[in-house]
Design a protein. Sequence first.
Length: 210
Amino acid sequence: MTRTTAKGRFITLEGGEGAGKTTLSRALAGALAARGRPVLRTREPGGAPGAEAIRGLLLGRGPWDPVAEAMLHFAARREHLARTVLPALESGIWVVCDRFADSTLAYQGAGQGLSRDVWERLCDLALGALRPDLTLVLDLPPERGMGRALSRGDANRYEQAGDAFHARVRAAFLEIAAREPGRCAVLDAGQPAEAVLGSALGLVTERLEG
Ligand code: Z5A
């Protein structure tokens, strides 16, 4: 998948449960719109009809074999890119996406034991050369994030995984950010939501509008 004519920018938000991705996605999209940017908010797994159907399988059923689970995430992602993300970017719309391929490396890789090699092969197949322009990693101790997430009600399959799983997922996101500092930045998600938005907007200005 390539994006030779795109004028939009692709911003992804990553991090553990309850870190504030949805909250930031909403606020960031609003702030970008106020700056005159056409903007689309979307999420993974999901963001297109077929991908939302796969989301139902991933969150509602299981357990899955880790490779099968990663393939389902990438099938949903491919559908999301083809139907929603790429058409938007190509028409100049900025896309703010709640989770993307880094989540598969963190959850299915560090969390469930999928190898990096398989993840890279799935990226090649499903994404081609496409990568986010900016990835904001919202970092929060898992117990704080889970407290926030569970206060909303029923826990999904991933939220029910144990403390050690969530600690590995957090470490994996920090490692991804350290490995690709040009694409990624880590935000302290323990700050008030307004401060997280301020940091995010500063990074957008510096890296995408400078
Ligand atoms: N998954 C995977 O395994 N592999 C993959 O490749 C992909 C996903 C793409 C999707 O679940 C699941 O799929 C996910 C990983 C897996 N695991 N889980 N669960 P989801 O979409 O249902 O959930 P989520 O992505 O983890 O999001 P979330 O739980 O909704 O959390 P969030 O979006 O980061 O947080 P929030 O909804 O913005 O905030 C949670 C609460 O905290 C809410 O009451 C807010 O008002 C509050 N909040 C937010 N920010 C703050 C601050 N700064 N201070 C205080 N309170 C705050």
